[in-house]
Ligand binder design. Sequence first.
Ligand code: SAH
Ligand code: SF4
Ligand code: F3S
Length: 467
Amino acid sequence: MKLLNCSNAGAAGFGNRGRKRLYLVTFGCQMNEYDSQRIAQVLQEKYTLTSDADNADLILINTCSIREKAENKVYSLVGRFKKFKRQKPGLIIGIAGCVAQQEGDRLLKRLPFIDLVVGPHGIYGLPDMLRDIEKGTGPVLYTELKHDFSTPLISAPLPEPNPVQAFVTIMQGCDNFCAFCVVPYVRGREVSRPPDDILAEIRQILDEGVKEVTLLGQNVNSYGKKLNDDFSFPGLLRMVSETPGLERLRFTTSNPKDLCIDLMKCFRDLDALCEHLHLPVQSGSTTTLKRMNRHYTRDGYLATVDKLKSFCPDITLTTDLIVGFPGETDRDFEDTISLLKTVEFDQIFAFKYSPRPLTRAARFDDHIPEEIKAERLEAVFELQKEIGLSCYKSMEGRKEEILVEDTSKKNPKELRGRTRGNHVVNFPGPKELVGKFVTVKITKACYHSLRGEIYDTLKGEFQMNQG
Ligand code: SAH
Ligand code: SF4
Ligand code: F3S
């Protein structure tokens, strides 16, 4: 799963007449990004987003605890905000998300100047919590984990002024308990969102101009297992893909152990479903996978990839992996290297193993020294640089359908969009094309992106002004 470094939702969206200012920082995965959008929406009556922390009335940090480094970022950031509190006594500072859930009242003790600690299941209660804080009743702590996922449909528009792509969470939590992973402890048990709520939200964002929807869950393949109607994830995909106005559909994340044939067939059968799958392998060694509690083997993973390609030969594959998991021998690591050479992923997200509170692997007694983890990570990146570049080079000369997402941050005369296979493409073009589909001829491969030139506009949506 793609992890965002850190994003700050800038001043956008709801206008700001008479409202207070919210500075919202988001760490972590797309689920946190989605939650931050909900936070902005549930607070929109009273707060408008600002990109200036020093004039904010409310600072909220939506946190991630997946690795120690992610958690530490929170402490250094929140420390910087302490002085604002002295300058502006009415300022409210809150910590939301996975570190809030994990640490609970320890955060209030460690950072006594903060006013609010709210776990991922508490975000819809934020207006009431803030009201209490404003009344002066003292700090608020909310770390309950709920057993249902029926969220109200929020009538507020998305915080971005011109949304092109949007996330929709379809389930919360995880029941897999991979030995390294903190998610089941900070997001709770797996709960599927009712299909009608999902469809209603998708219809609403398509009305706002969204063209591409990514369905989110920590393990989307088990969607529906606990719903009464015996609803499956492929069933949900089929239903969603028929929504009028939906041009592109993606989902993340899939655990390889549950990737069924029916889901593979969706890549062949559903026009809207883009030809990209993020399929985290974590390790190429069957021994390590077993100790990780992943419930598949190296050969099983490779067979899944082969089968998937038989339904969708051009599918782009990306993955996550961990190096230096406790007990990982040189031989185990070689198995990871050889798996990378066999599958040839377009992109990988690789991490040094980081022990997490409450997880099983943190209690294993054969931890790998930091310098070996660093060497292994470096070796993985070196190899993947070559593999990734050759995947991207194979696209040179091809004509690809691009959904234009934005202008380039570096050069306003350039546009940025993505192929159906999820490759980022930069190319010269007018900003009026943002939100439109164009055919782009790929001219050059870079490490994590492509360059191109407009070949044609697509779907009759936009006629370029040639004059
Ligand atoms: N639900 C997803 C994983 C989400 S966490 C899945 O099952 O694939 C995103 C990624 O962070 C994981 O795929 C894993 O590669 C990495 N990760 C999780 N816990 C970690 C840890 N303790 N140390 C290092 N990397 C970790
Ligand atoms: Fe974590 Fe495993 Fe669940 Fe993914 S499937 S969130 S890695 S416990
Ligand atoms: Fe996501 Fe990080 Fe929480 S990866 S689920 S924000 S621990």
